[in-house]
Design a protein around this ligand. Structure first.
Ligand code: NAD
Length: 376
């Protein structure tokens, strides 16, 4: 089986889909690996390292894609590049299938078996393939580091001959994978941390990290079978905002990570809540890419509103690209290894396997995934 990895086409992306050590692993399984010349460069991997790992290089992107049995990428493919793929080939990447109907249709008409990394089910067996988690965790870390750098205070308590400095207060809204890592990082830096999530099961996890869980009685909230939050009603979200306002006003740093899988992120911090925050405080809106949790967030930018810095930076994982590349590359390799047939030396799509059923979105000129069949 020929596995190809084209260069990522977004020029500001510093992550790469596959690192040399994983190429070596796949070569040992019997895969023929071909990478586009310069593919590893954004994360500092030289072409020579891929060659030493057993891959061949190809400068001709069109030829590379059209000869592939399996394509590995990070970001969604441009539609015109799907046209280059062979019927029956497999494509694995993020591709935002809830919002990218054009890409979905193209995969169907072209007869591509497309696996969406966003759709890897959250079951124990798939944890090692779960790119949403691996990337979100490091994004949570990076968000706190940026906030600490922008804040004109220190995080830890310090008792010095020149006086005592009280710890900075960090409020984390949304305690999924990113939020938990944000709490852990802020605690390591010595901040006083509070956190809130609509899923009550999170309370214990927050406490185990030494942070305080903010309790708000919103009535029935619950979570899906995959552990994702359910969307709140308008009344619930209003109540949440009222209760959160005082915690935001006390905070030096607010990190928001609240998401509803496959939907626009809920607006939690209103402009009135921002206006009531302390001059010099910092908000990092990690949901900026899916609509933002904060009124006033500008996607991809850093703005100052009434003395409060709101950071809507996109692609936080790219800021720590060495480790996020390593994690994503491991996620892809685990997925391939799990379904590798040692006799045929192929990645075999086991169509009745629960992980494949969850993440294989298109197959043989049809929508394959039940989730998307229902949506269509
Ligand atoms: P996510 O990125 O979809 O959402 C982030 C957080 O925002 C979630 O914790 C969610 O409850 C919260 N949220 C949504 N609306 C909110 C609101 N109005 N106010 C405050 N918070 C709100 O979720 P995620 O981080 O990808 O994962 C969520 C959970 O899934 C994890 O905490 C974990 O329990 C579970 N999970 C399980 C596995 C596994 O079993 N393999 C893997 C990863 C995650």
């Amino acid at each position: 089986m020929k596995i190809v990895i084209p260069k990522e086409y977004l020029t500001d992306e510093r992550r790469v889909p596959l690192i040399p050590s994983n190429v070596e692993q796949l070569v040992k399984l019997g895969a023929r690996m071909e990478v586009e010349t310069g593919m590893g460069k954004p994360s500092g991997y030289a072409d020579d390292e891929y060659v030493s790992a057993g891959a061949t290089l190809n400068q001709d992107r069109g030829a590379l894609l059209s000869s592939a049995d399996l394509v590995l990428r990070l970001h969604k493919p441009p539609i015109e590049e799907i046209e280059l793929l062979r019927e029956g080939s497999i494509h694995i990447s993020y591709f935002d299938p809830f919002n990218e109907k054009g890409i979905l249709d193209k995969f169907v008409s072209q007869g591509i078996s497309a696996i969406s990394m966003e759709m890897i089910p959250r079951v124990t067996r798939a944890q090692k393939m779960d790119a949403l988690s691996s990337q979100a965790s490091l994004a949570g870390y990076a968000a706190v580091i940026i906030a600490a750098e922008r804040l004109n205070k220190v995080f830890p308590m310090m008792m010095t001959p020149a006086g005592t400095i009280s710890p900075s207060r960090v409020f984390v809204i949304g305690v999924g994978v990113a939020g938990l890592q944000a709490i852990a990082t802020a605690k390591r830096l010595g901040a006083r941390v509070e956190a809130f999530d609509t899923r009550p099961v999170v309370e214990e996890q927050v406490q185990s990290l030494g942070a305080k869980f903010v309790k708000i009685d919103l009535g029935e909230t619950g979570q899906t079978k995959d552990g994702y939050a359910k969307a709140l009603t308008e009344e619930q979200i209003d109540k949440q905002r009222q209760e959160m306002a005082k915690h935001c006003a006390m905070a030096d740093v607010v990190i928001t990570t609240a998401q509803i899988f496959g939907k626009k992120a809920p607006l939690i911090v209103t402009k009135e809540m921002v206006a009531a925050m302390k001059n010099g405080s910092v908000i990092v809106d990690l949901a900026a890419q899916s609509g933002g949790n904060v009124e006033g967030t500008v996607r991809g930018e850093e703005v100052v509103v009434n003395g409060v810095t709101i950071i809507g930076m996109e692609n936080m994982p790219s800021r720590v690209a060495i480790h996020t590349s390593q994690m994503y590359s491991n996620n892809l390799t685990s997925l391939i290894t799990e379904y590798w047939d040692d006799e045929t030396k192929n990645f075999e799509l086991c169509l009745d396997d629960e992980i494949i059923k969850g993440c294989l979105v298109t197959h043989e000129n049809e929508i394959f995934s039940e989730t998307f069949k229902k949506l269509m």
